[in-house]
Every structure is written in structure tokens, then in C-alpha cells.
Design a protein around this ligand. Structure first.
Ligand code: DX5
Ligand code: ZN
Length: 221
């Protein structure tokens, strides 16, 4: 099952509630929420208050991508404000095990994320404990960048390894996904697709989602 996860980093925040209604109407399962600390990535985005408000607005799965240093310090906060999936970066902590344990302790799904410069085998030791691996298709921090082609090899290798070992782990890809490369990304083995600019392009949400869904439907038959 291929799932679409609009990244609200590209949202017009003043109209987020209407945007979420469009996502719900179009039966999109996830909302991808980027959290940035200005240190791990050179940008800022949302905080816990935004997630709390979104939690009140919708039952969609809130997929929270923490681009923050030392995520263990803040995992509790993000679990308690309404996240369903909490992703932390492998590069941001020297205790990935502890981060996973914390997320699980608060009853949330755990996701480990790798930057384009991190080898996929770095997460192999955690695949028996996580629910999802997030492969960054771009250097994190900003929307609207181009997909780095070598990141698809990571997805391919991860998918092979996950399937060969019988793990039940989703592979999410984030950054630079467009209708033009979506088939390639799914064929490589990703099944949770984050879309920022592809969904918000010209602010034609429904049209853009339909374009992506035309491709996704071929796989979800
Ligand atoms: C980048 C963020 C992404 C971003 C994706 O650091 O993690 O979620 O919003 O945007 P696009 O799809 O435009 O690359
Ligand atoms: Zn993201």
C-alpha cells in the first residue's frame, strides 16, 4: 500500500485548516510535519503548539519529522502533543536505541531517518524495532530541492534487506518527489511518499494530489 504524506512546510499556514479538509476529502492518510531547530538544519518551522492544534482538527496520522539535535530531550513533548509517528535523525543522536525506546514507551510509532550522506546500513541494527525508516531525498532544511539520485539506491538496498529479513517496516522518502520521479521512487521500494512542492504547486492542491494519485493507484490496485 503506497501512502501519500503532504508536507505542510509548503503550506499557507493561514489556511491550514482548509488544506487539511482537502486532504481528508481526498482520503490522504498522513500529514508530514517538519520540526526544525535552527541547528541540526539551518531553518525553523513549527513547534508543539501547531501539532496540538492539528490533533484537534483531524484524525489523520500525524507523521512528525524531528530535524533537531539531541532528539531524546524532546521526544516526550512531541509524543504528548499528538504525534502518531515520531522520526528522529540517526545523525542527531549517539543513542538511537534510547530514542526508539522512548518513542515506543509513549505508545507512538518510531521512525529512524537518514540524511543523503549516511549509508543505509547504519540503520540495519534497528530494523527489528522501528516501524518506519525515512530516507531523505535531499539535504534536509528546505522544501523545493531536487531529488538526489543516489538516495534511490539506499531505498532499493533497504527494501531488499527489509524484505529478506521479514521485517515489517515502511520506507518513507522525503524531499524532491515529483510526478516525474514518483514511479521510480515507488519501484525502488518506498511506500510512504512525502510531497511538499508537488502537492502545493501553484496552490492547486486537489489537482496536484490527483496527478500523484493517478500514479499511486496503479500500485494500490
Ligand atoms: C525538507 C523537509 C521536507 C520538505 C519536502 O527538509 O523534510 O519534508 O518539506 O519538500 P519537497 O517535497 O518540496 O522537497
Ligand atoms: Zn520532512
Amino acid at each position: 500500500m503506497i501512502k501519500l504524506a503532504p508536507s505542510i512546510l509548503a503550506s499557507n499556514m493561514m489556511h491550514l485548516e482548509d488544506e487539511i479538509k482537502v486532504f481528508e476529502k481526498m482520503k490522504i492518510p498522513y500529514i508530514h510535519i517538519d520540526i526544525m531547530d535552527g541547528l541540526f538544519v539551518p531553518n525553523f518551522s513549527f513547534g508543539t503548539a501547531a501539532i496540538k492544534n492539528m490533533r484537534k482538527m483531524t484524525d489523520m496520522v500525524l507523521d512528525v519529522h524531528l530535524m533537531v539535535y539531541d532528539p531524546i530531550k524532546n521526544i516526550k513533548l512531541f509524543c504528548q502533543c499528538g504525534a502518531d509517528i515520531v522520526s528522529f535523525h540517526f545523525e542527531a543522536t549517539n543513542k538511537p536505541d534510547k530514542a526508539i525506546d522512548y518513542i515506543k514507551k509513549y505508545g507512538k510509532k518510531a521512525c529512524i531517518t537518514i540524511n543523503p550522506s549516511t549509508m543505509e546500513r547504519a540503520v540495519f541494527p534497528y530494523l527489528d524495532r522501528v516501524d518506519q525508516v525515512l530516507v531523505m531525498g535531499v539535504v534536509p532544511g528546505f522544501g523545493g530541492q531536487g531529488l538526489l539520485p543516489h538516495t534511490l539506491d539506499k531505498v532499493r538496498n533497504l527494501r531488499k534487506y527489509i524484505d529478506a529479513n521479514g521485517y515489517n517496516v515502511d520506507i518513507e522518502i522525503d524531499g524532491g518527489i515529483l510526478p516525474e520521479n514518483l514511479e521510480q521512487v515507488i519501484d525502488a521500494g518506498a511506500n510512504v511518499i512525502v510531497g511538499g512542492s508537488s502537492i502545493y504547486k501553484d496552490y492547486k492542491l486537489e489537482e496536484n494530489i490527483e496527478t500523484l494519485y493517478k500514479i499511486i493507484r496503479k500500485y494500490n490496485k
